[in-house]
Ligand binder design. Structure first.
Ligand SMILES: C[S@@+](CC[C@H](N)C(=O)[O-])C[C@H]1O[C@@H](n2cnc3c(N)ncnc32)[C@H](O)[C@@H]1O
Length: 407
């Protein structure tokens, strides 16, 4: 049977309360930072300080009593104490004095006798507030860290449900989450956290749909997916849906393909929400403009080949663009107008021999790349039945991908 010493986990509000830390080394420094993060007032008692603590003392963030621990008077006014002097007899003395004063004390050198223990913690802040998980393994902080890391992995993967169960008086919110180019693995950790916190998910056609399919049944999914030439839900209606759901006090994730601010109308959705006083968080995503070419082995810049790139919609007539050979042009929504776009490119000075790649369905099992030149690509695309979604890359970087070499 292991150590069953009583160990009740509690949450302390240290805001504005004095914590005394005895010892000036790195263990003390780490803990002092944590106390300060919680808004505590901190007094450090030690004849010397490590660099971190010296910085904090120099910045006036902690009070430094520059001498050895001198007895219970050093704990005057403390709500909580921490001792890590590296000298077991001193730590024992601090712990005994704290006990006599009825002040909880962490003795960093005696995991068994200590009256309080610091846990390994994981925090996640959702728009509804903070969730803190604390792991404790008696006498084995390393094991507590392992358990905490497991929880963090689950948070990062979005497998922990963070939806609030007490929703009374809750203020609704909207998060515009960039879902990346459609592959589950390319949603950010923040995206997962918000998806795990939402009551309603308003989803695009090109967002990572597999993640949406795995949401609990209690989450309402509103599909506003557009297909090219077919816009079932107009943008103004999408904006209204976001506002209406948030006004009902719900947490809404607008899960978008790629990055919300790259040809994604994220700015309009944010403005619509803010105009109604709704809190909005915008989470960047991996844009298809860069990641889909990468999935086809094409870097959008490359030393000695391309010094920059421009992303533009291929849906409308393209504006006058940099045409030099050292500049890559990336077109989104460019399939329907490809013939017209290539004509315009030549008119603007791009060579008809300039390489072009069209990458369809990036990251999907049936991803396909068609390569040609400004002069040939439109015909090749028709021949091969190229369809949206696709990213068009114009420039010498196309030569760096495997499809150009093997054409
Ligand atoms: C409305 S735009 C949205 C772009 C998005 N905000 C982004 O940052 O990737 C949609 C266009 O992105 C491109 N696209 C997005 N995901 C793609 C994918 N997985 N494969 C190929 N093209 C993609 C296509 O050009 C598609 O027509």
């Amino acid at each position: 049977m292991g150590d069953l010493k009583p160990a009740l986990p509690v949450v302390l509000d240290l805001g504005g309360r004095l914590v005394v830390a005895v010892g000036g080394g790195p263990v003390s420094a780490r803990r002092v930072r944590a106390f300060l993060d919680e808004g505590a007032l901190v007094r450090v008692v030690s004849p010397w300080l490590c660099e971190d603590l010296r910085d904090l003392a120099g910045a006036g963030r902690v009070e430094w009593v520059e001498r050895d621990y001198a007895g219970p008077a050093d704990l005057d006014g403390a709500w909580f104490a921490h001792t890590a002097t590296g000298e077991p007899s001193v730590d024992r003395q601090v712990a005994a004095d704290a006990e006599a004063l009825r002040v909880w004390c962490v003795d960093a050198t005696d995991a068994v006798a200590t009256t309080a223990s610091i846990t390994a913690r994981a925090d996640v802040t959702t728009p509804d507030g903070r969730v803190t998980l604390a792991a404790y393994a008696a006498g084995d902080p390393g094991l507590a860290v392992t358990v905490r890391n497991g929880v963090e992995l689950a948070l990062a993967a979005g497998t922990l449900d963070l939806r609030r169960t007490r929703t009374h008086g809750r203020r609704g919110w909207v998060a515009l989450v960039g879902g990346g180019p459609g592959s589950d693995g390319l949603l950010t950790r923040r995206g997962h956290e918000l998806l795990s916190s939402a009551d309603v998910v308003v989803v695009d056609r090109l967002a990572p749909r597999a993640l949406v399919d795995r949401l609990p049944a209690s989450v309402r999914v509103i599909d506003v997916g557009k297909t090219p030439g077919n816009h079932p839900v107009p943008q103004s209606r999408i904006n209204d849906v976001l506002v209406e759901e948030a006004q009902r006090g719900l947490g809404v994730v607008r899960l978008k393909g790629g990055d919300p601010y790259v040809l994604g109308r994220g700015g309009e959705e944010r403005d619509a929400c803010e105009a109604h006083g709704i809190r909005v968080e915008v989470v960047p995503g991996v844009t298809s403009a860069v990641s889909v070419p990468a999935a086809a082995g094409i870097p959008v810049t490359h030393r000695g080949v391309a010094r920059g790139f421009t992303v533009v919609t291929g849906h409308d007539d393209i504006p006058v663009l940099p045409t030099g050979g050292d500049h890559t042009l990336v077109l989104l929504m460019g399939v329907t107008q490809l013939a017209r776009t290539t004509e315009l490119l030549v008119e603007h000075g791009r060579s008809a021999d300039c390489p072009v790649a069209v990458i369809e369905r990036g990251f999907a099992p049936d991803q396909r790349t068609t390569v040609g030149t400004v002069g040939t690509i439109a015909g090749l695309a028709v021949e091969r039945g190229v369809r949206a979604p696709a990213v068009v890359v114009v420039g010498d970087v196309v030569r760096l991908g495997p499809d150009w070499r093997h054409r």
